[in-house]
Design a protein around this ligand. Structure first.
Ligand SMILES: Cc1ncc(COP(=O)(O)O)c(C=O)c1O
Length: 392
């Protein structure tokens, strides 16, 4: 079957060869660490690569392979490899593609652990990093050096929903002889396919919307055969590969991804408009609002505005904590991309380690609250937030 000719939802549900000779309807879960051979000669042929087939689950596993095949089809990339977490995907990409003396340009608004990985570990191995504002294309251009090998960005950004121009970043990267990697965790391929705009690599934390129900950790790197083969080589030697059980969970997640993302987007959009009308709210950051600076670009790059937004309340940290603490069922947690709505105070959690100057520069105000809108009834989500907002 040529799944490339089919729609994205069909590929997400059907692609691959997941059936064993038992004919099960749900994808088979190959929960095994190793595979046996018919003979010593076959073992030798598998190990040497003369015969295709599985050897050991750190190298290949059929359940993981089905997940990889489906995500590659959804992202429109030649190949995808699964990893044990989103951070393992970013680490493996850097370890496989960079060497001492190389230079990364990254957006200032990337996930906190990615910043730690770059600053503490990549720099330890002689890779330099320059941070720039996500939407300042001039700053990306000026940061390029003869050693720049990788441009790294998340779009839309967390938690302010700033939108990067992927085509322009790809142009800057390619003019510099570098790759552009986009962390597509907020949108997933259901809303945005970065390679359609020239990105070379797409990185996922499957832990978020791909799972969608907060059950399993995982990640993925999607790109050309050549680039992903390098990442696969690192993963096989170093080991942060995706577990077959988690791949099975993510396969179930992919089946409903398109539908869920649409529901996340619809509710987030409604919540953003409602928040704007609340007297205690001074600003709403959602790229689906026409007044948001990234609105037009998001409309071009994304087929939906996403399920994560943030807003600022009058009264700083005290007021923000009040709104969060007055909720009855929203989950107070830093995670996102779950059927359960989550609420976070970035200034004292996800962005708590930033200096006051960096917080001010990144728009992480004390009154800022992030909501990753889940799939509960939107009227109930509003009511849970209204309790605190109306008593400020
Ligand atoms: C945008 C983004 N990228 C990467 C990660 C890391 O993913 P994981 O927690 O699966 O390692 C996260 C996790 O929170 C994230 O929000």
């Amino acid at each position: 079957m040529n799944w490339q000719d089919k729609g994205q939802a069909t590929a997400a549900i059907r692609a691959g060869e997941p059936r064993s000779d038992q004919g099960e309807h749900a994808e088979a879960l190959y929960l095994t660490s190793s595979f046996v051979f018919d003979s010593a000669a076959q073992a030798a042929a598998r190990f040497s690569g003369d015969e295709a087939g599985n050897v050991y689950s750190r190298y290949t596993n059929p359940t993981v392979a089905t997940f990889e095949q489906r995500l590659a089809l959804m992202e429109g990339t030649a190949r995808t490899v699964g990893t044990s977490s989103g951070m393992a995907a970013i680490l493996s990409t850097c370890m496989a593609l960079l060497e001492a003396g190389d230079h990364i340009i990254a957006s200032r608004s990337i996930f906190g652990s990615t910043t730690v990985l770059f600053n503490k570990y990549m720099q330890k191995f002689g890779v330099d990093i320059t941070y720039v504002d996500l939407t300042d294309l001039g700053a990306w251009k000026s940061a390029v050096t003869a050693r720049t090998r990788l441009l790294f960005a998340e779009t839309p950004s967390n938690p302010l929903n700033e939108v990067a121009d992927i085509s322009q970043l790809a142009q800057i990267a390619h003019d510099a002889g570098a790759w552009l990697a986009i962390d597509n965790c907020f949108c997933t391929p259901a809303l945005q396919r970065p390679v359609d705009f020239g990105a070379d690599l797409v990185i996922h934390s499957a832990t978020k919307f791909i799972d969608g129900q907060g059950r399993a950790m995982g990640g993925a790197v999607c790109g050309s055969d050549e680039l992903v083969e390098e990442v696969v080589g690192f993963l096989r030697s170093a080991g942060p590969t995706m577990s077959p059980f988690n791949a099975w969970v993510f396969l179930k997640g992919l089946e409903t991804l398109k539908l869920r993302m649409q529901a996340h987007c619809d509710s987030a959009e409604e919540l953003a408009h409602w928040l704007k009308e609340q007297p205690a709210v001074t600003q709403v950051h959602y790229c689906g609002l026409p007044e948001h600076p990234g609105y037009a670009l998001a409309g071009k790059q994304q087929s939906g505005f996403g399920g994560v937004l943030s807003f600022v309340v009058k009264g700083g940290q005290r007021a923000a904590w009040h709104v969060i603490d007055e909720t009855e069922f929203l989950s107070i947690t830093a995670n996102l991309g779950d059927a359960k709505t989550t609420v976070t105070h970035p200034a004292t959690t996800t962005h708590g380690r930033l200096s006051d100057e960096d917080k001010a520069r990144s728009g992480i105000e004390d009154g800022l609250i992030r909501v990753a809108v889940g799939l509960e009834d939107i009227a109930d989500i509003k009511a849970d937030l209204r309790r605190g907002l109306s008593t400020l």
